[in-house]
Design a protein around this ligand. Structure first.
Ligand SMILES: NC(=O)c1ccc[n+]([C@@H]2O[C@H](COP(=O)([O-])OP(=O)(O)OC[C@H]3O[C@@H](n4cnc5c(N)ncnc54)[C@H](OP(=O)(O)O)[C@@H]3O)[C@@H](O)[C@H]2O)c1
Length: 338
């Protein structure tokens, strides 16, 4: 199976490592013999139709932050990803460039180009889905390719697949979730240690949980993306991020956190789809399964007739998210067989 990695950062590198370290299990258990035929980052592209030396690519990226260590026969500086997607034959394109939430670029162009070229797409980038998910689903159907995006919600926790596959026959009335690990870490720390938000955020950045620019997290946009993707996939809505009423945690004070605590509640950034779609700080009873601490995510599906079902797990991380990409790849392989 020929695979192209568009974006070669934390997630793609972890995925490449897993493909390499689990190659015998993948061949034995699923008949997958992966060949990474191209890897593209913001500076250029490494291409080898017979398969890149993945170990060398990882070493080159680690040592020089570049893929140029693969040599001039393989690496072309400045070659854009869309060109590589059009020119290099492969079965699967993995889109893992940064999530941009205004225009969805460059991911949206990469995904559309790959679909038009008839390639299956695995996307971990939330931008294209938050802005144009219904249109992309249609494009995938029109081009008869599989479009998978398990890693966009919950990192390695199978939020989307659990609801879609394991709750068949149930109707889902609402989805309520703690969808952003950075915000949850900050609010947990404020409640447990009585520290101000600024200090909790600095700690989250030091530990690598929050980006240098944490705006998408603390202003609620990352949670809104995940809410849109989950709702569209599981409840069949056609939302975009523009349909979500979004309020992040920037105005949360120590007083509001302490007041929630004194009432037996925890203040959380909650995403909710039911009657409308919104993201806002909300009090959650300390005894409710949504009251997860630290960087954990949790999603409650209110279903008929099974009642409330809550899934809890780590919401991010390179290896965890790469495990979702692998699940998607296995699904694509199974579909080949069918
Ligand atoms: N990390 C997680 O835990 C996690 C979890 C769930 C979803 N995601 C999503 O997955 C995606 C990737 O995350 P990540 O953590 O791997 O990010 P990352 O480490 O920042 O990697 C992004 C990669 O994209 C490359 N890139 C940027 N612009 C590009 C362009 N125009 N063409 C080709 N490549 C380009 C970067 O190139 P350079 O290497 O040259 O900078 C880098 O290799 C993001 O959308 C993120 O929101 C991440």
């Amino acid at each position: 199976m020929r695979i192209m990695l568009v974006g070669f950062g934390v997630v793609s590198q972890s995925f490449a490592e897993i493909l390499h370290s689990q190659s015998s299990e993948l061949a034995r258990d699923y008949g997958i013999r992966p060949r990474v035929v191209a890897a593209v980052d913001s500076a250029g592209a490494a291409i080898d139709p017979s398969g890149l030396d993945v170990q060398l690519a990882l070493r080159s990226k680690r040592e020089s932050k570049s893929l140029s260590g693969l040599g001039e026969n393989v690496y072309t500086e400045g070659k854009p990803a869309s060109e590589v997607i059009r020119e290099v034959d492969c079965e699967v394109v993995v889109e893992a460039t940064p999530s941009e939430l205004t225009r969805g670029e460059p991911g949206l162009t990469h995904v559309r180009t790959a679909m038009k070229e008839g390639r299956h797409v695995i996307c971990v980038n939330k931008g294209p889905l938050a802005l144009a998910m219904p249109a992309l689903m249609e494009l995938a159907t029109h081009n008869e390719i599989m479009f998978k995006f398990s890693g966009t919600v919950g990192g390695g926790t199978p939020v989307l697949d659990l609801a879609k596959k394991c709750l068949e026959g149930c109707s889902i009335r609402s989805i309520k979730g703690i969808l952003n690990g950075t915000c949850n870490y900050i609010l947990t720390k404020m409640a447990a240690e009585s520290v101000e938000m600024k200090e909790a955020l600095a700690e989250a950045q030091k530990l690598g949980y929050a980006e240098a620019d944490p705006a998408n997290d603390i202003e609620g946009f990352d949670s809104a993306c995940k809410l849109v993707i989950t709702s569209n996939y599981v409840m069949g809505t056609s939302l975009s991020i523009r349909d979500v009423d979004i309020r992040g945690i920037t105005e949360v004070t120590m007083d509001s956190v302490a007041s929630a605590k004194s009432q037996g509640n925890a203040l959380k950034l909650v995403g909710l789809v039911g009657d409308g779609a919104k993201v806002a700080p909300e009090e959650v009873p300390l005894t409710h399964p949504l009251n997860v601490s630290g960087t954990f995510n949790a999603v409650t599906f209110d279903t008929d007739p099974a009642g409330e079902i809550t899934l809890v797990g780590k919401g991010a991380g390179g290896r965890e998210t790469a495990s979702s990409v692998l699940r998607d790849l296995i699904e694509i392989r199974k579909d080949f067989r069918r």
